[in-house]
Design a protein. Structure first.
Length: 200
């Protein structure tokens, strides 16, 4: 399952796809958040909630050092089945919220490379000359309290890909035979599948 950005409606589409996968007999999942730049934080909460059944999706910390937990929502579609997350250096912001929550909750392992390290809320301040200024007013932490901003998230299993390797996408995989998949140059995906096979 690949999510390219956290656009409006991403949670609804993801939940529908997960429910369909369960009906079709899927018993494990690779969630591909590679090259996902993020998007709306409410969609990050919704997507996290599909995989993490309770507790926080992430935390915020303000300039005074006060932390607040942002809870997951009930009714997730994949809170009890095996899961691997793929992420890389272009996975940022909301993608890091989801990845960090899955790691911290022990719901699944992250395979790939260190994420980008974006995790701030920008406040807009209008100035008298008609211009405006955006200033970071909060930072995001993972649900377990790990900083995201300028830190990124470290994978549980590091697999680096060369810049010229094309990521395998669901549309590509749909028509592949097992032998063609095994010959893929997407070593991150292959490692994720190997880990899930070991859990089965």
């Amino acid at each position: 399952m690949r999510l390219e950005q956290f656009a409006t409606g991403a949670t609804r589409a993801m939940k529908a796809a997960l429910e369909a996968a369960r009906r079709d007999g899927a018993t494990a999942l690779v969630l591909d958040l590679r090259a996902n730049p993020g998007g709306y934080v409410n969609e990050a909460i919704g997507i996290t909630s599909q995989f993490v059944g309770d507790g926080a999706a992430y935390r915020t910390i303000d300039r005074s050092g006060v932390e607040k937990e942002v809870p997951v929502e009930p009714g997730g579609a994949w809170t009890d089945l095996p899961l691997i997350v793929l992420a890389d250096g272009d996975s940022a912001s909301s993608a890091e919220i989801v990845t960090g929550a899955i790691q911290d909750a022990g719901r699944g392992r992250m395979v790939g490379e260190m994420t980008f390290g974006t995790g701030t809320v920008l406040g807009r301040f209008d100035l008298s000359d008609g211009s405006s200024l955006r200033i970071g007013v909060e930072r995001w932490l993972t649900r377990g309290g790990r900083p995201i901003w300028h830190e990124g998230l470290r994978p549980d299993v590091t697999v680096e890909l060369a810049d010229d390797v094309a990521l395998a996408r669901p549309d590509d995989l749909r028509d592949m035979t097992a032998a063609e998949l095994a010959a893929s140059s997407d070593a991150q995906l292959l490692e994720a599948l190997e880990l899930l096979n070991g859990e089965g």
